[in-house]
Design a protein around this ligand. Structure first.
Ligand SMILES: [Zn+2]
Length: 327
């Protein structure tokens, strides 16, 4: 037991979960798309039971492969490009990490065993292996110490109550980690590619557009626009060799000679002025002072107001279509 390794188990489990996800995606396509609620419900009932099978036993270690499956599911739903940031995708879908779910399952098993009758063999083994180095029980105790939930494990409340406490603790930790990653520039002089995303999104909870924008193509363009991976000059300049400096990634569709970033594309560029008209009119109807706002505030309003999201997605889709085919 001390020297067992769960990597083979996790590999097989992720393979099966990947197959389950493919089956779900096949249904998603054949239905012509699904709403967020239907998709997440099906994901939770078709893929997750496979993905977390036996996670009580192997979940105390962090497995990257498991998170990859969840990211893949989110990408399929949103239609994200391959270079879309996982942080933005996780943020838009509002899902907590798989690591938290695994740890929760581990503590569920741990608490169940520790509450078993003292005549049972599992309980005896549990008590014995608590003091063995590298044992599962010892690892669980160590994990509880790292997470600061020792007192929750040891108090006298019911298992259900304890699990709820652990869940909220893990959720809070997930949210903090997500914000940390969002603002982590890792010594990149221009900031990470989510520098615009973080101006209007700071909390790990689902973004309203995932529910409100029903059209798959519109949702795809909006999602990619938010995560900064539409092929605008600001993004494509990152991948050229040699890399184009940020201030030289200018827009070739108008005469403004400024950087073609998300704000210029959505609000500044004259090439799409007619397509933008309806969106501006609608925004003016929703917010009376919209026309008095400056460019930055208009952008934040458009990206964060719930009612405008379907129109925004539709307009972005039309603008992007024009940009690509110049029609
Ligand atoms: Zn332009």
């Amino acid at each position: 037991m001390n020297f067992l390794d769960y990597k083979h188990t996790v590999r097989e489990i992720t393979k099966s979960a990947s197959r389950a996800l493919s089956a779900l995606y096949a249904k998603f396509i054949s239905c012509g798309g699904m709403t967020y609620d239907v998709f997440t419900k099906l994901y939770r009932s078709v893929v997750e039971p496979v993905l977390y099978y036996g996670s009580g036993i192997w979940g105390h270690t962090n497995w990257r492969e498991v998170q990859v499956i969840q990211n893949k599911a989110c990408r399929l739903f949103l239609g994200s490009a391959s270079n879309a940031s996982n942080i933005a995708i996780q943020g838009d879908m509002g899902l907590t990490s798989t690591k938290s779910a695994e740890i929760l399952e581990t503590f569920r098993l741990f608490l169940r065993v520790s509450k078993a009758y003292d005549t049972r063999l599992t309980y005896k083994v549990h008590m014995w292996s608590k003091d063995c180095s590298r044992s599962w029980d010892k690892n669980c105790i160590k994990k509880a110490q790292i997470l600061g939930i020792e007192n929750v494990i040891n108090d006298t409340f019911s298992i259900k109550h304890k699990l709820q406490d652990i869940k909220s603790k893990l959720c809070e930790k997930d949210k903090n980690e997500w914000v940390e990653k969002l603002f982590n520039d890792r010594n990149q002089c221009n900031g990470n590619k989510l520098r615009i995303y973080r101006e209007y999104k700071h909390v790990l909870e689902f973004s309203s557009y995932v529910k409100l924008v029903r059209n798959r193509q519109h949702r795809r363009v909006l999602s990619n626009f938010r995560s900064g991976c539409l092929p605008l000059a600001v993004e494509t300049g990152r991948y050229t060799k040699p890399k184009i400096p940020l201030n030289e990634r200018t827009c070739i569709y108008c005469t403004d000679n400024c950087v073609e970033d998300e704000k210029h594309f959505l609000l500044g560029c004259d090439f799409y002025a007619d397509l933008r008209y309806d969106l501006m009119k609608k925004s003016g109807d929703i917010c009376d002072s919209f026309n008095d706002l400056d460019l930055q505030d208009k952008f934040i309003f458009l990206m964060s107001n719930d009612a405008i999201q379907p129109f925004l997605a539709k307009t972005l889709y039309q603008m992007f279509y024009r940009r690509r085919y110049c029609v």
